[in-house]
Write a protein that binds this ligand. Structure first.
Ligand SMILES: Nc1ncnc2c1ncn2[C@@H]1O[C@H](COP(=O)(O)OP(=O)(O)OP(=O)(O)O)[C@@H](O)[C@H]1O
Ligand SMILES: [Mg+2]
Length: 365
Protein backbone atom coordinates (compact mmCIF):
# COMPACT_ATOMS: atom_id res chain seq x y z
CA UNK A 1 0.00 0.00 0.00
CA UNK A 2 1.41 3.36 -1.05
CA UNK A 3 -0.42 5.92 1.00
CA UNK A 4 -3.71 7.59 1.71
CA UNK A 5 -5.29 9.21 -1.28
CA UNK A 6 -6.53 12.74 -0.76
CA UNK A 7 -10.02 13.42 -2.02
CA UNK A 8 -9.03 16.02 -4.57
CA UNK A 9 -5.91 14.25 -5.73
CA UNK A 10 -6.43 13.63 -9.42
CA UNK A 11 -3.18 11.86 -10.11
CA UNK A 12 -3.53 8.05 -10.21
CA UNK A 13 -0.01 7.72 -8.87
CA UNK A 14 -1.18 9.16 -5.57
CA UNK A 15 -3.93 6.64 -5.09
CA UNK A 16 -3.90 3.60 -2.90
CA UNK A 17 -4.14 1.36 -5.95
CA UNK A 18 -4.62 2.13 -9.59
CA UNK A 19 -5.80 0.58 -12.81
CA UNK A 20 -7.76 1.63 -15.86
CA UNK A 21 -11.49 1.35 -15.53
CA UNK A 22 -13.54 3.91 -13.62
CA UNK A 23 -15.63 2.17 -10.99
CA UNK A 24 -17.38 3.38 -7.89
CA UNK A 25 -16.90 1.63 -4.58
CA UNK A 26 -19.42 1.16 -1.82
CA UNK A 27 -19.19 4.29 0.33
CA UNK A 28 -18.80 3.14 3.93
CA UNK A 29 -18.83 5.62 6.79
CA UNK A 30 -18.00 3.92 10.07
CA UNK A 31 -19.18 6.35 12.73
CA UNK A 32 -19.12 5.90 16.49
CA UNK A 33 -22.93 5.71 16.56
CA UNK A 34 -23.84 4.14 13.24
CA UNK A 35 -22.58 2.61 10.01
CA UNK A 36 -23.72 4.33 6.83
CA UNK A 37 -23.50 2.62 3.45
CA UNK A 38 -24.36 3.79 -0.01
CA UNK A 39 -23.80 2.77 -3.59
CA UNK A 40 -24.03 4.89 -6.73
CA UNK A 41 -23.45 4.42 -10.44
CA UNK A 42 -22.40 6.99 -12.98
CA UNK A 43 -25.33 8.75 -14.70
CA UNK A 44 -24.39 11.40 -17.25
CA UNK A 45 -22.06 13.85 -15.60
CA UNK A 46 -23.35 13.01 -12.15
CA UNK A 47 -24.55 9.89 -10.35
CA UNK A 48 -27.56 7.79 -9.64
CA UNK A 49 -28.18 6.37 -6.21
CA UNK A 50 -28.53 2.59 -6.24
CA UNK A 51 -29.13 1.98 -2.56
CA UNK A 52 -28.31 3.26 0.91
CA UNK A 53 -28.79 2.32 4.53
CA UNK A 54 -27.63 2.72 8.11
CA UNK A 55 -27.15 0.39 11.06
CA UNK A 56 -26.58 1.33 14.66
CA UNK A 57 -23.40 0.09 16.34
CA UNK A 58 -23.20 -1.18 19.92
CA UNK A 59 -22.05 1.53 22.32
CA UNK A 60 -18.27 1.67 22.54
CA UNK A 61 -17.60 -0.52 19.48
CA UNK A 62 -15.84 2.43 17.77
CA UNK A 63 -14.31 5.17 19.90
CA UNK A 64 -12.38 8.16 18.64
CA UNK A 65 -11.91 6.43 15.31
CA UNK A 66 -10.42 3.31 16.92
CA UNK A 67 -12.05 -0.10 16.47
CA UNK A 68 -12.64 -1.33 20.01
CA UNK A 69 -14.80 -4.27 18.97
CA UNK A 70 -13.79 -5.15 15.41
CA UNK A 71 -15.86 -8.35 15.31
CA UNK A 72 -19.08 -6.56 16.24
CA UNK A 73 -18.36 -3.83 13.70
CA UNK A 74 -17.57 -6.37 10.93
CA UNK A 75 -20.79 -8.25 11.66
CA UNK A 76 -22.88 -5.06 11.59
CA UNK A 77 -21.35 -4.00 8.27
CA UNK A 78 -21.70 -7.45 6.65
CA UNK A 79 -25.33 -7.60 7.76
CA UNK A 80 -26.17 -4.16 6.45
CA UNK A 81 -24.55 -4.80 3.06
CA UNK A 82 -26.31 -8.13 2.85
CA UNK A 83 -29.69 -6.58 3.71
CA UNK A 84 -29.18 -3.93 1.06
CA UNK A 85 -28.41 -6.74 -1.43
CA UNK A 86 -25.14 -5.14 -2.49
CA UNK A 87 -23.00 -7.71 -4.28
CA UNK A 88 -19.88 -5.53 -4.66
CA UNK A 89 -16.92 -6.15 -2.43
CA UNK A 90 -14.98 -2.94 -2.98
CA UNK A 91 -15.38 -0.29 -0.33
CA UNK A 92 -14.13 3.23 0.26
CA UNK A 93 -13.77 4.21 3.90
CA UNK A 94 -12.74 7.26 5.86
CA UNK A 95 -10.73 7.50 9.02
CA UNK A 96 -10.58 10.09 11.78
CA UNK A 97 -9.42 10.69 15.31
CA UNK A 98 -6.07 11.12 17.03
CA UNK A 99 -4.36 8.60 14.78
CA UNK A 100 -4.78 10.84 11.73
CA UNK A 101 -3.03 14.12 11.18
CA UNK A 102 -3.98 16.58 8.46
CA UNK A 103 -1.59 19.47 8.20
CA UNK A 104 -0.98 22.23 5.72
CA UNK A 105 2.65 23.21 5.20
CA UNK A 106 4.12 26.03 3.17
CA UNK A 107 7.11 25.21 0.97
CA UNK A 108 9.20 26.69 -1.79
CA UNK A 109 7.86 25.67 -5.20
CA UNK A 110 9.60 22.55 -6.52
CA UNK A 111 8.94 19.95 -9.18
CA UNK A 112 7.02 16.76 -8.34
CA UNK A 113 10.10 14.58 -7.85
CA UNK A 114 11.83 17.07 -5.59
CA UNK A 115 8.63 17.51 -3.59
CA UNK A 116 8.34 13.75 -3.13
CA UNK A 117 11.96 13.57 -1.95
CA UNK A 118 11.57 16.57 0.32
CA UNK A 119 8.46 15.16 1.98
CA UNK A 120 10.02 11.75 2.53
CA UNK A 121 13.12 13.32 4.08
CA UNK A 122 11.52 16.11 6.12
CA UNK A 123 8.09 14.90 7.13
CA UNK A 124 9.36 14.03 10.61
CA UNK A 125 9.49 17.70 11.53
CA UNK A 126 5.79 18.17 10.72
CA UNK A 127 4.14 15.21 12.39
CA UNK A 128 4.46 13.88 15.92
CA UNK A 129 4.55 10.21 14.83
CA UNK A 130 7.46 8.04 13.83
CA UNK A 131 7.51 8.12 10.02
CA UNK A 132 7.83 4.33 9.81
CA UNK A 133 4.59 4.00 11.72
CA UNK A 134 2.40 6.04 9.37
CA UNK A 135 0.90 5.95 5.91
CA UNK A 136 1.63 9.24 4.31
CA UNK A 137 0.04 11.20 1.52
CA UNK A 138 0.19 14.80 0.39
CA UNK A 139 -1.22 17.10 -2.21
CA UNK A 140 0.34 20.19 -3.67
CA UNK A 141 -2.38 22.83 -3.49
CA UNK A 142 -0.54 25.00 -6.04
CA UNK A 143 -1.21 28.22 -4.18
CA UNK A 144 1.88 29.88 -5.69
CA UNK A 145 1.39 32.83 -8.03
CA UNK A 146 3.64 34.78 -10.37
CA UNK A 147 4.61 37.08 -7.51
CA UNK A 148 4.73 34.41 -4.82
CA UNK A 149 7.02 31.42 -5.29
CA UNK A 150 5.85 29.33 -2.36
CA UNK A 151 3.01 26.86 -2.26
CA UNK A 152 0.83 25.15 0.32
CA UNK A 153 0.99 21.38 0.55
CA UNK A 154 -1.63 19.35 2.43
CA UNK A 155 -0.03 16.51 4.36
CA UNK A 156 -1.98 13.56 5.67
CA UNK A 157 -0.44 10.97 7.97
CA UNK A 158 -2.35 8.06 9.47
CA UNK A 159 -1.10 5.44 11.90
CA UNK A 160 -0.51 2.20 10.03
CA UNK A 161 -1.67 0.20 13.00
CA UNK A 162 -5.08 1.86 12.97
CA UNK A 163 -5.53 1.80 9.17
CA UNK A 164 -4.43 -1.84 9.04
CA UNK A 165 -6.95 -2.63 11.77
CA UNK A 166 -9.72 -1.27 9.51
CA UNK A 167 -8.40 -3.19 6.52
CA UNK A 168 -8.36 -6.51 8.33
CA UNK A 169 -11.72 -5.90 10.03
CA UNK A 170 -13.26 -5.27 6.61
CA UNK A 171 -11.53 -8.24 5.12
CA UNK A 172 -13.15 -10.36 7.79
CA UNK A 173 -16.49 -8.89 6.66
CA UNK A 174 -15.67 -10.13 3.13
CA UNK A 175 -14.85 -6.66 1.84
CA UNK A 176 -11.93 -5.19 0.06
CA UNK A 177 -10.82 -1.62 0.85
CA UNK A 178 -9.89 0.21 -2.36
CA UNK A 179 -9.73 3.70 -0.96
CA UNK A 180 -9.02 5.34 2.38
CA UNK A 181 -9.97 8.97 2.83
CA UNK A 182 -10.40 11.55 5.57
CA UNK A 183 -14.01 12.24 6.59
CA UNK A 184 -13.68 16.00 6.17
CA UNK A 185 -12.42 15.54 2.60
CA UNK A 186 -15.23 13.14 1.71
CA UNK A 187 -17.61 15.81 2.95
CA UNK A 188 -15.95 18.39 0.75
CA UNK A 189 -16.19 15.98 -2.18
CA UNK A 190 -19.95 15.57 -1.88
CA UNK A 191 -20.45 19.28 -1.27
CA UNK A 192 -18.42 20.05 -4.40
CA UNK A 193 -20.44 17.55 -6.44
CA UNK A 194 -23.72 19.16 -5.43
CA UNK A 195 -22.93 22.84 -5.01
CA UNK A 196 -19.52 23.49 -6.61
CA UNK A 197 -16.71 25.26 -4.76
CA UNK A 198 -17.41 28.85 -5.84
CA UNK A 199 -18.61 29.95 -2.41
CA UNK A 200 -16.33 30.02 0.61
CA UNK A 201 -17.97 27.88 3.28
CA UNK A 202 -17.44 26.06 6.56
CA UNK A 203 -18.55 22.43 6.21
CA UNK A 204 -19.52 21.13 9.62
CA UNK A 205 -20.49 17.51 10.27
CA UNK A 206 -21.87 16.82 13.74
CA UNK A 207 -21.87 13.16 14.69
CA UNK A 208 -22.23 11.38 18.00
CA UNK A 209 -18.70 12.02 19.27
CA UNK A 210 -17.06 14.46 16.90
CA UNK A 211 -17.64 17.66 15.04
CA UNK A 212 -15.68 17.63 11.83
CA UNK A 213 -14.93 21.09 10.43
CA UNK A 214 -13.59 21.76 6.96
CA UNK A 215 -13.27 25.36 5.78
CA UNK A 216 -13.18 25.53 2.01
CA UNK A 217 -12.06 28.84 0.60
CA UNK A 218 -11.32 29.76 -3.00
CA UNK A 219 -11.79 26.14 -4.03
CA UNK A 220 -9.43 24.51 -1.52
CA UNK A 221 -9.61 23.12 1.97
CA UNK A 222 -7.74 25.61 4.14
CA UNK A 223 -8.58 24.28 7.59
CA UNK A 224 -9.68 20.76 8.50
CA UNK A 225 -10.06 19.66 12.09
CA UNK A 226 -12.09 17.30 14.23
CA UNK A 227 -13.29 18.55 17.59
CA UNK A 228 -14.26 16.01 20.24
CA UNK A 229 -17.84 17.18 20.82
CA UNK A 230 -21.07 15.69 19.51
CA UNK A 231 -24.59 14.51 20.10
CA UNK A 232 -23.52 11.80 22.57
CA UNK A 233 -22.79 14.62 25.04
CA UNK A 234 -26.48 15.45 25.05
CA UNK A 235 -27.41 11.83 25.73
CA UNK A 236 -24.85 11.61 28.54
CA UNK A 237 -26.11 14.80 30.18
CA UNK A 238 -29.75 13.73 29.90
CA UNK A 239 -28.91 10.31 31.29
CA UNK A 240 -27.04 11.77 34.26
CA UNK A 241 -29.58 14.48 34.95
CA UNK A 242 -32.61 12.17 35.08
CA UNK A 243 -30.92 8.93 36.15
CA UNK A 244 -32.27 7.00 33.16
CA UNK A 245 -30.83 4.45 30.73
CA UNK A 246 -28.85 5.36 27.64
CA UNK A 247 -31.72 4.31 25.36
CA UNK A 248 -34.28 6.32 27.31
CA UNK A 249 -31.99 9.35 27.18
CA UNK A 250 -31.57 8.94 23.40
CA UNK A 251 -35.35 8.71 23.08
CA UNK A 252 -35.86 11.90 25.07
CA UNK A 253 -33.21 13.70 23.04
CA UNK A 254 -34.65 12.75 19.68
CA UNK A 255 -38.24 13.26 20.80
CA UNK A 256 -39.35 9.61 20.75
CA UNK A 257 -40.00 9.60 24.48
CA UNK A 258 -42.55 11.78 26.19
CA UNK A 259 -40.78 14.82 27.65
CA UNK A 260 -43.48 15.51 30.26
CA UNK A 261 -42.22 17.87 32.98
CA UNK A 262 -38.58 17.60 31.85
CA UNK A 263 -38.82 20.21 29.10
CA UNK A 264 -37.15 23.08 30.93
CA UNK A 265 -34.18 21.03 32.05
CA UNK A 266 -33.83 19.52 28.60
CA UNK A 267 -33.80 23.00 27.08
CA UNK A 268 -30.97 23.92 29.45
CA UNK A 269 -28.94 20.86 28.47
CA UNK A 270 -29.41 21.59 24.76
CA UNK A 271 -28.56 25.26 25.21
CA UNK A 272 -25.36 24.55 27.18
CA UNK A 273 -24.09 21.88 24.81
CA UNK A 274 -24.96 23.74 21.61
CA UNK A 275 -23.26 26.85 23.03
CA UNK A 276 -20.10 24.80 23.45
CA UNK A 277 -20.38 23.59 19.83
CA UNK A 278 -20.86 27.14 18.59
CA UNK A 279 -17.77 28.26 20.53
CA UNK A 280 -15.66 25.49 19.00
CA UNK A 281 -16.89 26.35 15.54
CA UNK A 282 -16.29 30.03 16.14
CA UNK A 283 -12.71 29.27 17.20
CA UNK A 284 -12.03 27.55 13.87
CA UNK A 285 -13.70 30.35 11.90
CA UNK A 286 -11.76 33.02 13.83
CA UNK A 287 -8.54 31.16 13.04
CA UNK A 288 -9.52 31.12 9.39
CA UNK A 289 -10.16 34.88 9.45
CA UNK A 290 -6.87 35.59 11.19
CA UNK A 291 -5.11 34.00 8.19
CA UNK A 292 -7.55 35.21 5.52
CA UNK A 293 -8.91 38.53 6.77
CA UNK A 294 -10.18 39.61 3.35
CA UNK A 295 -11.80 36.40 2.15
CA UNK A 296 -15.27 36.23 3.66
CA UNK A 297 -17.10 32.99 4.32
CA UNK A 298 -20.65 33.00 3.03
CA UNK A 299 -22.24 30.10 4.88
CA UNK A 300 -21.98 27.26 7.36
CA UNK A 301 -23.16 23.98 5.84
CA UNK A 302 -24.35 21.42 8.38
CA UNK A 303 -24.43 17.64 8.07
CA UNK A 304 -24.36 14.56 10.35
CA UNK A 305 -27.34 13.20 12.29
CA UNK A 306 -26.20 15.24 15.31
CA UNK A 307 -27.07 18.42 13.39
CA UNK A 308 -30.72 17.37 13.24
CA UNK A 309 -31.57 19.28 16.44
CA UNK A 310 -34.46 21.60 15.83
CA UNK A 311 -33.36 25.23 15.79
CA UNK A 312 -29.62 24.46 15.71
CA UNK A 313 -29.24 26.27 12.37
CA UNK A 314 -30.77 29.46 13.74
CA UNK A 315 -28.78 29.19 16.94
CA UNK A 316 -25.47 28.90 15.05
CA UNK A 317 -26.48 31.74 12.74
CA UNK A 318 -27.05 34.01 15.73
CA UNK A 319 -23.98 32.92 17.69
CA UNK A 320 -21.56 32.96 14.78
CA UNK A 321 -23.06 35.56 12.47
CA UNK A 322 -23.11 33.48 9.28
CA UNK A 323 -25.97 32.00 7.30
CA UNK A 324 -26.52 28.32 8.07
CA UNK A 325 -27.82 25.72 5.66
CA UNK A 326 -28.23 21.94 5.89
CA UNK A 327 -26.35 19.96 3.28
CA UNK A 328 -28.46 18.11 0.75
CA UNK A 329 -26.08 15.48 -0.63
CA UNK A 330 -28.72 14.40 -3.16
CA UNK A 331 -29.16 17.83 -4.71
CA UNK A 332 -27.68 16.67 -8.00
CA UNK A 333 -27.74 12.92 -7.50
CA UNK A 334 -30.73 11.16 -9.01
CA UNK A 335 -32.47 8.37 -7.21
CA UNK A 336 -34.84 5.73 -8.32
CA UNK A 337 -37.82 7.05 -6.38
CA UNK A 338 -39.73 3.82 -7.02
CA UNK A 339 -37.32 2.08 -4.66
CA UNK A 340 -36.27 4.94 -2.42
CA UNK A 341 -38.81 7.28 -0.91
CA UNK A 342 -38.00 10.97 -1.49
CA UNK A 343 -39.11 11.97 1.98
CA UNK A 344 -36.83 9.36 3.53
CA UNK A 345 -33.93 10.62 1.40
CA UNK A 346 -34.55 14.14 2.55
CA UNK A 347 -34.55 13.01 6.18
CA UNK A 348 -31.51 10.73 5.95
CA UNK A 349 -29.50 13.01 3.60
CA UNK A 350 -27.43 14.95 6.16
CA UNK A 351 -26.18 11.81 7.89
CA UNK A 352 -25.32 10.08 4.59
CA UNK A 353 -23.09 12.92 3.39
CA UNK A 354 -19.72 11.31 4.16
CA UNK A 355 -20.71 7.85 2.89
CA UNK A 356 -21.91 9.46 -0.33
CA UNK A 357 -18.74 11.54 -0.63
CA UNK A 358 -16.82 8.25 -0.47
CA UNK A 359 -19.14 6.46 -2.89
CA UNK A 360 -18.56 8.97 -5.70
CA UNK A 361 -14.78 8.58 -5.63
CA UNK A 362 -13.62 6.51 -8.61
CA UNK A 363 -11.71 3.56 -7.23
CA UNK A 364 -9.95 2.65 -10.48
CA UNK A 365 -9.51 -0.94 -9.50
N1 LIG B 1 -33.29 14.28 15.76
C1 LIG B 1 -32.14 14.24 16.41
N2 LIG B 1 -31.83 15.17 17.33
C2 LIG B 1 -30.68 15.13 18.01
N3 LIG B 1 -29.74 14.21 17.84
C3 LIG B 1 -29.99 13.25 16.94
C4 LIG B 1 -31.17 13.21 16.17
N4 LIG B 1 -31.13 12.14 15.35
C5 LIG B 1 -29.96 11.54 15.60
N5 LIG B 1 -29.27 12.18 16.53
C6 LIG B 1 -27.95 11.84 17.12
O1 LIG B 1 -26.95 11.90 16.12
C7 LIG B 1 -25.87 11.04 16.51
C8 LIG B 1 -25.49 10.18 15.35
O2 LIG B 1 -25.02 11.00 14.30
P1 LIG B 1 -24.14 10.37 13.14
O3 LIG B 1 -24.79 9.13 12.65
O4 LIG B 1 -23.84 11.45 12.18
O5 LIG B 1 -22.87 9.98 14.02
P2 LIG B 1 -21.65 9.04 13.71
O6 LIG B 1 -21.19 9.34 12.33
O7 LIG B 1 -21.98 7.62 14.00
O8 LIG B 1 -20.64 9.54 14.80
P3 LIG B 1 -19.20 10.22 14.67
O9 LIG B 1 -19.10 10.84 13.32
O10 LIG B 1 -19.18 11.24 15.77
O11 LIG B 1 -18.25 9.11 14.90
C9 LIG B 1 -26.37 10.20 17.67
O12 LIG B 1 -25.83 10.71 18.87
C10 LIG B 1 -27.89 10.42 17.62
O13 LIG B 1 -28.48 10.34 18.90
MG1 LIG C 1 -19.86 10.64 11.48
Amino acid sequence: MGGLPLSKSKSPSRRLFSSKKEQFPIGLDIGSHAIKVCKVVRAGDSFKLVTLGTAKLPEGAVEDGILQEPEEVAATIANLINNLKIKDKKVAISISGYSVIVKKINLAVMDDNDLEEYIQAEVGQYIPFDIDEVYLDYQNLHTNTEEYDRTDVMLVAAKKEVVDGYLSMLQSAGLNVVLVDIGAFALENIYDENYGLDDNVALVDIGATKMSINIVSQGISVLARDVVVGSRQLTDHIQNRFGISFDEAEGLKIGYEDVEEKQEELDDIFANTCTQWALELKKAIDLYYSNNPDIALSRIILSGAGSRIQGLDQFFAEEIGLEVETLNPFRKIMSDSKNIDDEYLHYIGPEMAIALGLAIRPSEL
